[in-house]
Design a protein around this ligand. Structure first.
Ligand code: ZN
Length: 420
């Protein structure tokens, strides 16, 4: 190591969750934070919270960006507070997806659809309305109950090879598997994808959506790094990884969701369908950017510090001028941002969220209280900091009334932006 350079190579702390190689290259180190989804109930406000290192690494063998595992997934996901149905744009995204694939792939009553991490049934309901048989698999019992209440059959289980074998034995093999925003959230990505291989019938298709590493880097979206999000995925990684499990990508699309996502279409490796040109094109694009080189990852840590300084500069100035700042939203990513930046109620008095399960609780770590959205209209803050910046347009529509008292919106990432 040369004097003065960042220490990136000497600390060997773990092994790649995909290929087992030693992890020696830092992607970003966000210090210590609580689990991003551990919202604090008021009766627990006097209790301490555990903080864990939030350090992302990149594997220089397979290029999977990842966190180290430190908590059993049961501790993270069994009582999850995220109900997909509370986001209009996300439900609309699901409806458009179902319309598109039903037409393109001629899905119908003969197609068994299984969604992994089916949440509250927000997506499967659209297949069901078309008379297509559906089954959800969802580990969070409170959320699965909500799906069952709406008439969406749901297994309360973690997905992996064991679950897939049991499902096949029970006659629940799938022609169509949907796995949105889950591939990145499973600690054992090998076992999870082995489950895909087992559950998928010959000729079947898997579609998976996940935040794309390239957009995370481009948008400096370090706040999408949190403990429940173990892997940060690229085509460079997946094109090598899936064939090791007897699967392959045959098509891919880029999506604007979650600040830039990929939707991959996966089939059995021996499926006769050809690989479409989009796969090679996207892979080549990543190679040109350098996704398979350590240099690509080495600027990110500094970009993260820059975002923190900008946001703190804005907040300090606003508070010195006597302005009041409220948050909008209580997403996991907001908790990474607030805790990494050291922002508490002295800067952001409160936040609001449409999800009644979060209202009345405090954000983990920062202990910023969460109210219903009307609280903004009642208290008329000067600035509303939009924590789910990926749906900033939707939030600005919903909260357009703040303009009546001269309130302004603040978007924190990739650079602090004030919007009247
Ligand atoms: Zn690896």
């Amino acid at each position: 190591m040369t004097p003065g350079s960042a220490d990136r190579s000497v600390r060997v702390t773990g092994h790649c969750r995909a290929c087992g190689a030693e992890l020696v290259e830092t992607f970003c180190d966000l210090g210590l934070t609580p689990l991003a989804n551990s919202y604090v109930k008021p009766e627990h406000a006097a209790r301490p919270e555990p903080f864990y290192p939030l350090h992302a690494w990149v594997c220089t063998q397979c290029w999977l960006v990842q966190l180290e595992e430190f908590e059993p997934p049961e501790a993270i996901f069994s009582e999850y507070a995220y109900f997909s149905s509370y986001s209009d744009s996300w439900v609309d995204h699901a409806r458009r997806y179902v319309d598109m694939v039903c037409q393109r792939f001629e899905l119908g009553p003969h197609t068994q659809v299984v969604e992994i991490a089916s949440n509250d049934g927000y997506l499967l309901q659209f297949f069901q309305r078309r008379g297509i048989p559906v089954l959800g698999v969802e580990p969070a019992a409170n959320i699965a109950q909500e799906a069952v209440r709406k008439g969406i059959p749901t297994l309360v289980r973690f997905f992996g090879a064991d679950t897939a074998r049991r499902m096949v034995a029970d006659g629940q093999a799938a022609d169509w598997i949907v796995a949105n925003n889950v591939l990145a959230h499973v600690p054992n990505i090998n076992d999870f994808v082995a489950g895909w291989k087992i559950l998928l019938r010959p000729g079947g298709t898997i579609t998976a959506e996940f935040a794309w590493l390239v957009e995370l880097v481009r948008r400096r979206a370090f706040d999408t790094v949190y403990h429940e999000h173990f892997s940060y995925l690229s085509m460079t990684f997946l094109r090598e990884f899936l064939p090791r499990h007897g699967l392959r990508v045959f098509d891919v699309e880029t999506l604007p969701t979650h600040g830039g996502s990929l939707r991959i279409y996966v089939c059995h490796a021996d499926d006769p369908r050809p690989e479409l040109p989009a796969v090679e094109e996207l892979w080549r694009y990543e190679q040109q950017l350098g996704v398979a080189t350590p240099q690509y990852y080495r600027h990110f840590d500094r970009a993260v510090v820059e975002v923190k300084m900008q946001l703190l500069e804005f907040l300090i100035r606003a508070r010195r001028e006597g302005r009041r700042v409220a948050g909008y939203g209580a997403p996991a990513k907001g908790n990474t941002l607030l805790n990494y930046c050291g922002i508490h109620t002295e800067f952001v008095e409160f936040t609001v969220d449409r999800n009644p399960h979060k209202q009345g609780c405090f954000l983990p770590g920062s202990r910023i209280p969460i109210y219903p959205p009307e609280h903004i209209l009642e208290t008329r803050p000067d600035y509303v900091l939009i924590l789910p910046w990926n749906i900033a347009e939707e939030v600005m529509d919903q909260m357009a009334a703040i303009r009546t008292w001269g309130g302004q919106f603040v978007i924190p990432i990739p650079t602090v932006e004030i919007r009247a």
